[in-house]
Ligand binder design. Structure first.
Ligand SMILES: Cc1cc2nc3c(=O)[nH]c(=O)nc-3n(C[C@H](O)[C@H](O)[C@H](O)COP(=O)(O)O)c2cc1C
Length: 397
């Protein structure tokens, strides 16, 4: 039995891992290699019916030491024409009938014919559903496309309504949402009312990576200049999880989680919140298609640890544990406790508690284990997070 197999919108999948629309899905030949490696599905790089001229260079990394916190891109959509995509996908679907192939399309906000034509092309090529790119933050918002559409529920809903009104189009319509809105649940509600069948959340977060301080060139340097562009990878996972949660609790349609998933354990968190499947881009750009093996084994390890036989055993089970602030227990109290054996007397907790906390930790001397004043400790947890040795834990009291 394949314990990671599942159903999404009535379609059987070999596992919950889907390549997000991005460079790893830039051509049908690349997607073919990904399917050979074991990916359950792929969203094609967004197609548009106009020439695409990309910049060089277009990527940057936000690193602290050797640790990657996030990735920035100023890449546009697919350089392949819709015709090239459609013929390529026909062949791909023939070779991999059991894999999910999701189209991704973009057009002008008022070009309803354009949206319908592309959606129909995806359907005729045999794609299983189609994402509407309402969320790209690079290059298109200034032309009224991409996330400029996703930030305006009326404009976005008009597009969905128009596509759904075309009775030739039967494949599921999946708006891909931007996190750069005040209330993603409200946008979701409006699009669900307009007929959206599912959502993908999220696309990237607009960002600037800063400067190379030796040259004063901006990072992601295009001949001395740069521009705002989409941030992805580990740093956006908390934003993506929050968006997925709000959508899952709002309009009752399926959600594909996306954003900052780097490992099987990250994907578990999206599924716990009720995502139907998980999409990845940045992690695959770093690790290549063989990443799928780590994702599968990470998820299986989690399931074994908890005795879950299938994904359905834990999918959505975490969402009841997320509540509004005013529904949390104000009588619940914790206190920090330092283990003198593990403590290396570095003093970090003393400094953090003194200048960023409640002045509850003090040390009598440099080589003494710090003491916690139970009267002053509010159990905020700052000390436990800054301790480099894991010597501090919180105890319920
Ligand atoms: C270089 C790059 C290009 C991307 N191109 C597209 C695109 O053409 N269409 C789209 O819907 N999303 C695009 N995305 C966004 C990803 O599909 C995904 O939503 C985002 O990167 C967050 O997921 P991640 O943290 O796993 O990368 C792109 C992302 C990256 C990094």
């Amino acid at each position: 039995m394949n314990r990671l197999g599942l159903e999404f919108m009535g379609l059987p999948l070999i596992n919950p891992f889907i390549l997000a629309s991005a460079p790893p899905t830039a051509t049908p030949a690349m997607i073919e290699r990904a399917f050979e490696a074991g990916w359950a599905g792929a969203v094609i790089k967004t197609l548009i019916d106009e020439p695409v001229r990309n910049l060089s260079n277009r990527f940057g990394i936000n690193k602290i030491g050797s640790r990657v916190y996030g990735f920035k891109n100023i890449e546009l959509v697919s350089e392949l024409s819709p015709t090239e995509w459609f013929s390529g996908v026909v062949a791909l679907k023939k070779k991999f009938p059991d894999r999910l192939i999701i189209g991704s399309i973009m057009a002008d906000a008022r070009d309803f014919d354009g949206w319908r034509r592309l959606a129909l092309g995806c359907q005729e090529a045999g794609m299983d559903m189609v994402e509407l790119n309402f969320s790209c933050p690079n290059g298109y918002p200034e032309k009224g496309k991409g996330c400029a559409i996703g930030q305006n529920e009326k404009v976005a809903a008009d597009i969905v309504r128009n596509i759904k009104a075309d009775h030739r189009i039967t494949l599921p319509i999946v708006p891909k949402l931007t996190p750069n809105v005040t209330d993603i649940a409200f946008i979701g509600e409006e699009l669900a009312k307009a007929g959206a069948d599912a959502f993908c959340a999220i696309n990237t977060v607009p960002s600037l990576l800063g400067f190379d301080l030796s040259t004063l060139n901006p990072k992601v340097n295009v001949n001395g200049y740069s521009t705002s562009g989409g941030y992805s990878g580990p740093g956006i996972k908390p934003i993506a999880l929050r968006c997925v949660h709000e959508l899952v609790c709002g309009p009752a349609i399926p959600v594909m989680g996306c954003g900052g998933c780097m490992a099987g354990e990250d994907a578990v968190e999206f599924l716990l919140l009720g995502a139907g499947v998980v999409q990845l881009a940045t992690a695959v750009m770093f690790e290549g298609y063989p990443l799928i093996h780590q994702l599968l084994s990470g998820m299986l390890q989690f399931m074994d640890q908890h005795g879950f036989e299938t994904i359905a055993d834990f999918q959505g089970k975490g969402s009841q544990r997320i509540r509004r602030f005013d529904q949390l227990d104000t009588t619940f109290r914790t206190r920090a406790v330092i283990d003198p054996e593990t403590c290396k007397r570095c003093g970090k907790c003393v400094v953090s508690c003194r200048d960023g906390g409640y002045q509850a930790i003090s040390a009598l001397s440099e080589d003494a284990c710090p003491c916690i004043d139970p009267e002053k400790c509010v159990g905020c947890s700052l000390c436990a997070h800054v301790c480099p040795f894991g010597a501090i834990r919180l105890r319920d009291c």
